[in-house]
Design a protein around this ligand. Structure first.
Ligand SMILES: *[C@@H]1O[C@H](CO)[C@@H](O)[C@H](O)[C@H]1NC(C)=O
Length: 382
């Protein structure tokens, strides 16, 4: 999605990038060569020393180039990337689609079952390439349409992991992505007990972060940029000092709660960035890294190539803002739901958080639209 400069930025440029060259390879100025120079003094190198970094693109060439710097640990697929790959005319991606369909025809019966398996398999095909390019996790999305169905999410996640393991990739390298709904979080609770690690995504509110950690999820992906968008559109300011940016404050609060209440097994990994000090429409490039700089030190971050490029080109000192001890000491929250929040408490708190309720719905709808687009294209090839 990612939603990173966000999902919506990539989303809106996606169509342009789909053309001949593949997913994002036609992006002007983004290196496709196997090496990118990242000076030690750059903000990117400084950031990588305090926060583990993931790249936000479905473009295998860009992942490879950044992977080779040694500064990027993880990568992800999502419905948008899979869809862009699946719909692109690039020969490599066409081969993934063909092999996903062949796999599905061999392993499922009936058009709908074949289609469903082909969709999952296509995401796994991309993921199998990505694990070769980065040393850490690759995330793979459980069908977003299962976001309100715990049993279906569990079944789909198990099947995704089975496909990775059959291809020789252990479950410890994979995160299954589930939306931060009550049902998605309950699926994670079951899956984590089986050693299937989960990335709870579409996190816009504190209560989602708390419930995900209490369920034992390995990782959450909050979206500070889209939280700022929501504030700006709903009576907040359009521009903030980075430390006052609502997205930055929200992620800092989640991080602090985790450190205070011992959720050290749940990684806080924001993605989706906006310029705090200007509106995204201003396109003031120098502000694009505001939220990242303000959250430096958080466990992990997912960053799109354009902002990685910018961090690599900037040499100003980068100060660590978040540390476990200081965040924990400053955390004003008390433990939520006695450490085991109920469904009623979760839903009540989520409902009261209009930003989280609205942005999660919007995010799910956006992914559903991508999924349907890809599904229609695959159906035409069965
Ligand atoms: C988890 O999912 C988010 C949202 O889709 C993504 O940005 C992030 O990179 C993923 N994390 C990892 C480690 O793959």
């Amino acid at each position: 999605m990612h939603l990173s400069l966000s999902l919506s930025a990539v989303f809106s440029t996606g169509a342009l990038l789909l053309g001949r060259a593949g997913v994002h390879t036609s992006r002007a100025g983004t290196p496709t060569a196997a090496s990118i120079a990242v000076p030690e003094a750059s903000q990117l190198a400084q950031l990588a020393r305090m926060t583990t970094l993931s790249i936000d693109t479905g473009d295998l060439d860009i992942i490879k180039a950044y992977g080779a710097t040694g500064l990027i640990t993880d990568a992800t697929t999502n419905p948008l990337f899979v869809s862009q790959a699946g719909l692109s005319g690039d020969a490599r991606y066409i081969a993934f689609v063909d092999s996903a369909i062949a796999y599905a025809k061999k392993n499922a019966k009936g058009t709908e079952a074949v289609l469903e398996l082909a969709m999952d398999r296509l995401a796994v095909e991309l993921g199998l390439e990505i694990v070769k390019l980065v040393p850490g996790y690759v995330s793979t999305e459980v069908d977003i349409r299962a976001s309100f169905d715990t049993e279906e999410s569990i079944a789909r996640a198990r099947r995704i992991i089975a496909m990775y393991e059959a291809a020789g990739v252990p479950r410890t390298r994979v995160l299954v992505k589930l939306a931060g709904t009550w049902e998605g979080i309950q699926a994670a609770k079951v899956l984590e007990k089986e050693g299937i690690t989960c990335n709870i995504t579409l996190i816009f509110g504190f209560i989602q972060a708390v419930a995900a950690a209490q369920a034992g999820a390995r990782l959450i992906s909050p979206f500070p940029g889209r939280i700022k968008d929501w504030a700006g559109a709903n009576g907040g300011k359009k521009a903030y000092e980075p430390s006052e940016d609502p997205g930055v404050k929200s992620v800092s609060r989640m991080y602090a709660y985790y450190k205070k209440f011992g959720h050290e097994n749940t990684i806080c990994m924001p993605a989706s960035w906006r310029p705090s000090r200007s509106t995204p429409a201003d396109k003031i490039a120098e502000h694009a890294t505001d939220e990242i700089v303000a959250l430096a030190g958080v466990d992990r971050m997912t960053i799109p190539p354009s902002i990685l490029d910018q961090l690599a080109a900037t040499q100003e000192p980068l100060l660590r803002q978040l540390t476990p001890a200081a965040a924990s000491a400053a955390c004003a929250d008390s433990i939520v739901g006695d450490g085991d929040i109920s469904e009623a408490e979760f839903r009540f708190a989520l409902n009261a958080d209009v930003c989280a309720t609205t942005k999660m719905a919007e995010g799910i709808n956006m992914f559903v639209a991508e999924t349907l687009k890809l599904e229609a294209a695959l159906r035409g090839k069965l």
